[in-house]
Design a protein around this ligand. Sequence first.
Ligand code: MN
Length: 303
Amino acid sequence: MAAYLLKPVRHAELRRAIGRVLRGEDLPGGGALMTRGLLQEQSEERLGMHILLAEDNAVNRKLAIRLLEKRGHRVSVATNGREALDQLEGAEFDLVLMDVQMPEMDGLEATRRLREREDRSGHGTGQRQAVVAMTALVMKGDRERCIAAGMDGYLSKPIRPQELDEILDRYAGAESSASDTAKAEAAGTSCVRTEELLERIGGDRGFLTELLELFRADYPGQLQRAREAAARNDAATVQRVAHSMKGALRNLAAPAASRLAEEIEAMGERGDVSGAGRRLDDLEREVVRVVAMLQELCLVSAN
Ligand code: MN
């Protein structure tokens, strides 16, 4: 095989993999490997973004710059909200990572002013600057405050590389930076990463309706099979069914549900499914939320 991809397949990775294979380029790892980790190491291959990093703390700044540059992105720096606004006056960035707590002008105020400026200049849809909050605050309501200030997403500090990658993937090569779904999703209450899902299916909501129908027809039976298997201590079947559900839920960009399925799969792998019944209840509840959310997404498109 000339290359392989990790599922769920991301657009950017598929594009890169095809490009490499067509160019006959040597691939790392003996010529056949195309893992997410390796792709990230090859920073020159990544779609480099121009990112504005607004962060007052020198240590946090240095760490963030390192993470971003390692991934092949160009970074401009501001040390408070006012500086960030000045930089945003002259240039458009692919993404702004905005610390919330900064001296002189905090990230919330800077974002509010940025949005006011965008409104005044009559920016159309899709012209909105993407702004993602960075904050160590963990109080209930913080995410809501960020969203209310006009931010599109939320990254908790200290920054975890995996979370950063999820944010970067969302904005890499994105034509429009923000949408209502991104806002709902950024509020952290969403059980489906709608932006990621819509990207995967090329924004085709009719197709999403079909996917949803397939999933709705499938999952009750799968849950049932897993439950029965758990009851008769059939770990192999629990593992197989949970694995299948995990795959579907990942494709539907449902992180919490797919993690639950993964946990159940791991129980099956370990051969101890004594706790699987309770986990399956959790999974069912989460899946019901996922289905409701996807239904809503389908309905939105009908308008
Ligand atoms: Mn700060």
